[in-house]
Design a protein. Sequence first.
Length: 279
Amino acid sequence: MRIVVTGGNGKAGRWVVRDLREHGHTVLSVDLRHDPWEWDDRCRIADLTDYGQAVEVLAGADAVVHLAAIPAPGIRPAADTFRINATSTYNVFAAAEANGLRRVVWASSETVLGLPFDTPPQFAPVDETIEPRPESSYALSKLAGEAMAVQFARRTGVPHVGLRISNIMEPGDYAAFPTYWGDARLRKWNLWGYVDARDVAQACRLGLTADVSGADVCIVAADDTVMPRDSADLMAEVFPQVPLRRELHGRETLLSIEHARRVLGYAPAFRWADHVAAP
């Protein structure tokens, strides 16, 4: 396929672009900036808050993987974060419609689930049935994107696959994991979740061909937590009041990826234990 990856120079985008090209796709990487040594004719600079630029960079594509965004709360003023993320997502969805693209895959966020979990979640493991609870303008912009995806998919018949991506880690990030292990509360904010950037790339690629209709969202995380302790022990210590929907096994993720497994065929291949020795 001919695929446009927005945010192609970002933490996830670099791995997504590489993965798609390795799997034989023609990829145009779009971002606000590119490193000079990575620049070639497969890259384009564009501001996606401008609808005309979004239409131009998506012209001729079969599909888009939309990753461009202010990447987290607190980087920009709250209103600016919402404006940039919501506007660019609308423009990409509308440009995909205008150009007749056949598939939209895009980055929602784990934050719509209620992060940070200063208010405990309703249940665990958390899955896509939980009531969204955006606690920041960033999370609200992602939830707005999910609502937009439902309506664009309804009107156009084009599948829109949203990925509620967990805290993204590259191989070099795992060296910091032991600093979390002494205090279970340090990473309670997302139920000790993470995901390898290479598994994000896998999920994006699978989303482009998954047998879906309408708009769907999938949590994308690793299949374990950042901690060397069993997940049941973590919940008992930090969230004893949160009901468990089922028995927990070992260090399994508390951000359920069962829906992503069923819908996308997602199977995370990377764990922190491949890089850092457990105590």
